[in-house]
Design a protein around this ligand. Sequence first.
Ligand SMILES: [Zn+2]
Length: 156
Amino acid sequence: MKVYNFEPTDFDPIATDEAYMREALKLAQKAYEEEEIPIGAIIVSHGKIIGKGYNLTERLNDVTAHAEMQAFTAASNYVGGKYLKDCTLYVTVEPCVMCAGASYWSQIARIVYGAADKKRGASRYGNLYHPKTELASGVLAEECTDLIKSFFRNKR
Ligand SMILES: [Zn+2]
């Protein structure tokens, strides 16, 4: 399974994206420690983290409890509105169709993900993102992938 994706990001300085992705990775690590599939997400607006989430599908018995969904809800609460037009989502693994759909409704400005997900990633189904959403991928992809791999290795 090849999940690496090293497309260059040419919107913001790479260092900034990496710094935020490290924050998302910390949340993924938290999920890992709680025996959840280790995916973490943060939402940033004007240099400030306004929403966080990590995968909680096991704890909540809820297939919708993906990291991104919780980050969207938290960020919307923070801004006091449903749209996230000035925001960037950083997520350690490529969003699934559900999360891509949620991001569509939020009209989020930008999505940056780490590892590609060839099996369940939304990109497999065409472009499900909002026309105003810019997409970047491959940020700290190796770290993001390693965490997932080590999780499933320990499960076997
Ligand atoms: Zn999802």
